[in-house]
Ligand binder design. Sequence first.
Ligand code: GN1
Ligand code: MG
Length: 378
Amino acid sequence: MDIKTKLQQICQGFRIQGEFIGFSHIKVGNVNQTYQVRFRKEDGSEKDYIVQEVNTYAFRRPKEVMHNIDLVTEHIRAKKPGQVALHFHHTKDRLTYIFDKDGFWRLCNYIPSNTFNVCSDNSVLRGTAEAFGEFQQLLSDFDATQLYETIYHFHDTPHRLADLFQSAHTDQLGRAEEMQEELEYIHSVAEQACTLSYLRQDGKLPIRVTHNDTKINNVLFDPTTNQPVAVIDLDTVMPGLIAHDFGDAIRSAANRAGEDCTDLEQVDCDLDVFRTFTMGFLSKTAAVLTHYELQTLALSPFVLAVELGSRFLDDYLQGDHYFHIDYPSHNLVRGRCQLELSKRILEKMPQLEAIVAECYQQVTQHPKASASPLKFTI
Ligand code: GN1
Ligand code: MG
């Protein structure tokens, strides 16, 4: 069945009224397939929706994904009544998905908005940070045990690294020799990269509801006011650490060269981006953060960069089944880029720690914050 017919069938399943007049494939994201579909209603006006095919290789239990999304969007909607929000449509059987032989499909409202892939504008960065900070704030009273872990070991760094080393050992496609240097580097920083996971295992950090994909392009901005209107891509909402959300955002936003950069000299962690994001994020979350959590923020982008770099390399070794690729060495390129970024972040660790302390002090007016050492020792 061609994709147009399939999308029409899915829209029918979700009881969308009117005439299907077209669709476009939105090429964002490395995992799911996203389409914008357009309908003409009886009164002649047009209305758009978003249809997504969820990647069931990445999300092995997609119904659990929808369970998490339902609970979290309901909680947020109840706290922000009347505001723009994501809303997933139901089938006649009251399900928020259609699971058929062609895949796992869902449909939600289209929110007219702007999104940004690379951030050149400080207000967009600040807005993104506040949006993800507010997401944390709104969910700080939500019991995370109600949520499924939709991808097991998602931010279990020791597990991710062990998977990579195992794949390199098995080396089913003979690709491991291309990444010897990268594997040695990961080996040399493994202990530090596992810091968050060890602290979590030791019960030192609270388990919260985390978004787990805090890239700039997962925040929608109002085209007229340029204010953030909604956080999207809730697939990886799971129990996790606040440092995962903060670290992933910095990992993605502070590297202005982007995730696909082949010229590693361009890869860097921009301190202005780091400062702006940290201010925005802390302005919403400082009140709920524990002291330990605060201490993990500066290191978190390093952890997330090593972890994602390892995931890209592992997928390359295994034949690129998880992340969509545009060319054969794409995941190798992405992996190298993340590892380079992790080196730049490590070099700047003293500055990052100082910035976190300064921002926290500014936000809370806490006199002791900058004096207290943020260096974390395990
Ligand atoms: C994937 O497909 P997308 O862009 O929403 C991945 C994230 C990575 C990201 C890197 C479920 O997200 O963990 O950080 O690529 N999502 C999943 O670009 O693995
Ligand atoms: Mg995502």
